[in-house]
Design a protein around this ligand. Sequence first.
Ligand SMILES: [Zn+2]
Length: 147
Amino acid sequence: MSEPTRPLPRADEFDTREFWSGTKLKEFRYQQCDGCNKVIFYPRRHCTGCTTGKLEWKRAAGTGTVYTYSIVRQSYHPFFRNKVPYAVAWIDLDEGPRILTNVTGVADPASDVKIGMKVEVEWEEHEELNIPLFRPVIMGSYMDPPD
Ligand SMILES: [Zn+2]
């Protein structure tokens, strides 16, 4: 029997396809209104601030902070059942978008994830798109040049 896999979103929907095509390039894209400067995330057709501005696509650096989190200890889904316990967290990216995701790369999510901790994106690779997950920033690690 093959390993259960993560349920994936559709990459071809009108409002979100620009975001998902960015993930394939490991770019975290979000929208910002050219009228009122409000940061929009998740992707939408209209600004939720002024409702009239044009939304521009921007690219986030992929670093942020844990706004809040919860620990999942039980799941009935075959993929997630193999992951428990794991942290589900709202991450505030430095540019403003807030995303619901997982904090990975910790030995014990119940004690190693903290509100306010610095995190950076880590892409879980798939065929059509990549999933943005976040891991703790080891001080100075994102200052190092890429391999
Ligand atoms: Zn606006």
